[in-house]
Write a protein that binds this ligand. Structure first.
Ligand code: ADP
Ligand code: MG
Length: 568
């Protein structure tokens, strides 16, 4: 406020100069036009005084408090007005109104106190001037003849004038105080509004959920930063574009969605969107926005990326089932193992007895071989539910992959009808993990491939590396899997192979995830299956085996149905 006051005083000094120069100019013109001589020296003096006051304001006034400066200028104005009024006829003067102007200005600039002080000074000066003129103390004014006034008339004139002074002082200062209060109130409200706007802006900008508003025609009107990140677009470029462009294809009709999201209702759902060549699951909630007049307008959509949560959910559900079943089954398996060993041992001893006939011997052999098979299942199972200790070391994955496949070629799973091709590049590739367990992965997956090609076929094993991952792809031309089979691929005990335990892939998946890797399978019934294993090359030794399994980013660890459509 002091600055505005100072500026107003500046204007006051300027206006004063203009008014005085106009008066001076018209006096000069009158003098020249009418050819009469008027004494106007005092007008020059007043003009000079106005200029000096302006100079004073711009020099010394800078260092004064604006209020003091204003008092000086306004009181000087009262003085100037008195000189003008006196010289143009005292109470008869046409310039009497100047007092009111000055008092009015004081009311505006200095409010009530200032206006009353200025009005009082004006009243004293005016009263003194009129009295002194009436008593003839002051010489007759230079510009106009003085009319003879009666004492009563002079008193009446003084009373009216002074009343006028105070009237203007109170009226103007009242108005200007009101104005000031209104201005202060307005400023407070503006500041509150601004603060609210900043708050909203900050909340929307920093929230981690995507926030989007659209008009009634599904065109984006606003997208926040997190939303832009989720959708992989520049939030600034989104407004005006249809939401379908960003993968928002709703299961229901737009009008139906909007009618369901009226009032307090929220429409919720999930969306699959293709995001930067990977599939994301978005959870969203949608509401119809109301304008302040109650008219329904745009739509507000809040959305989050649920992809990771979904993966975790699936894994948690799987682990839960596993834990429950595993605990129970592991106990039983353990209990079965010992009696089984006794049975098989006893029968073996009995079969050595020479008195047993050949038919009985065959039966005993069946008991022994079936017991062995059963014990193998139990072993597999126990390995699955109670993983052995992991020995993590750096080893050459490329060499190991080739070695395991060489051994595998020799196993009795493989027959002449099987063509096995191993394509490993580069020929050497370091990886840290449990070498034996990883060899077991390769063996298990390769064995499944060959078993799926009972009538022969070809298996291609491709090993590749990049900076962070080693990938192994097993591509077979076997019988493939139906959707349901594929979905149960990693489920323990689900098997379609003769003599299978249904634990192979479950163990494989467990090892892969314990290493922080990922596994995925694609299959077309009757044509073949591709299993992809991804292993991180630099797993931290301390992490392996005692961390929550974390999915590698490139493939889904759990078979995703839609992957297959693009397969083979
Ligand atoms: P198992 O080999 O003991 O049956 P797995 O967990 O290794 O158990 O495999 C589970 C099931 O998945 C198999 O029984 C088979 O039905 C199916 N499967 C696995 N790999 C393949 C493959 N390469 N081709 C076709 N089916 C397969
Ligand atoms: Mg198997």
């Amino acid at each position: 406020m002091p600055d505005t006051l100072r500026r107003s005083i500046g204007w006051l000094t300027a206006i004063r100069i203009v008014v005085l120069s106009l008066i001076l100019l018209s006096a000069i013109l009158v003098q020249a036009g009418a050819g009469i001589h008027i004494e106007i020296t005092f007008l020059y003096a007043l003009f000079a005084a106005a200029v000096l006051l302006a100079l004073f304001h711009w020099t010394v006034g800078r260092y004064l408090a604006p209020r003091i400066s204003a008092y000086i200028q306004l009181l000087a104005d009262v003085g100037i007005a008195t000189v003008l009024v006196y010289s143009s006829g005292g109470p008869d003067s046409v310039f009497n109104f100047l007092y009111l102007v000055v008092i009015g200005a004081s009311g505006f600039l200095l409010y009530r106190t200032g206006a009353v002080i200025v009005a009082t000074v004006a009243a004293i000066l005016y009263g003194a001037m009129v009295q002194l003129m009436a008593y003839g103390v002051l010489p007759p004014p230079p510009l106009a003849p003085v009319s003879e006034w009666s004492t009563a008339r002079i008193r009446f004139n003084l009373a009216i004038t002074v009343a006028g002074f105070y009237g203007v002082a109170f009226m103007v200062s009242y108005l200007s105080e009101k104005l000031l209060a209104a201005r202060v109130e307005l400023e407070l409200r503006q500041r509150a509004l601004q603060r609210l706007q900043t708050l909203y802006g900050n909340v929307i900008a920093t929230m981690s959920s995507g926030l989007m508003t659209t008009d009634a025609d599904q065109r984006i009107t606003f997208l926040n930063r997190a939303g832009g990140d989720l959708l992989g677009v520049d939030p600034g470029a989104a407004p005006g574009r249809p939401i379908a462009e960003f993968g928002f294809a709703f299961p229901d009709e737009w009008t139906e969605i909007r009618s369901r999201a009226r009032g307090r209702e929220t429409y919720r759902g999930e969306l699959d969107i293709d995001w930067k060549s990977s599939r994301r699951v978005l959870g969203f909630s949608l509401r119809v926005l109301k304008e302040s007049d109650g008219e329904e307008e745009g739509t507000l959509i809040l959305f989050q990326d649920l992809t990771e949560i979904k993966k975790l959910e699936r894994r948690a559900r799987f682990n839960e089932q596993l834990a429950a079943v595993g605990e129970l089954a592991a106990g039983i398996a353990h209990e079965i193992r010992n009696p089984l060993a006794s049975i098989s041992g006893s029968v073996q001893v009995l079969s050595k007895d020479l008195s047993v006939g050949s038919a009985e011997k065959r039966l005993m052999e069946i008991i022994v071989s079936e017991s062995n098979r059963l014990s193998k299942i139990l072993e597999d199972f126990l390995r699955f539910v109670r993983p052995q200790e992991r020995r993590v070391a750096e080893f050459d994955m490329a060499v190991n992959l080739s070695e395991v496949m060489d051994l595998f070629r020799l196993s009795d799973e493989v027959s002449d009808g099987h063509k096995i091709e191993v394509d490993v590049a580069p020929a050497s590739s370091q990886l840290s993990g449990d070498r034996d367990q990883i060899r077991q992965i390769v063996y298990n997956v390769a064995k499944n491939a060959v078993r799926a090609m009972a009538a022969g076929g070809s298996l291609r094993v491709v090993g590749r590396e990049d900076d962070a991952w080693y990938s192994i792809r097993f591509i077979d031309t076997g019988r493939g899997m139906s959707e349901e089979e594929l979905a149960r691929l990693f489920t323990p005990f689900s098997t379609a192979f003769d003599g299978g335990t249904g634990l192979g892939m479950a163990i494989v998946r467990r090892i892969v995830e314990d290493h922080g890797g990922a596994i995925d399978a694609e299959s077309i019934p009757g044509e073949g299956t591709t299993v992809t294993v991804l292993l991180p090359r630099r797993a931290l030794a301390s992490e392996i085996g005692n961390r929550e399994p974390v999915a590698a980013p490139l493939i889904e660890p759990w078979p995703v149905r839609d992957h297959r459509t693009g397969a083979a």
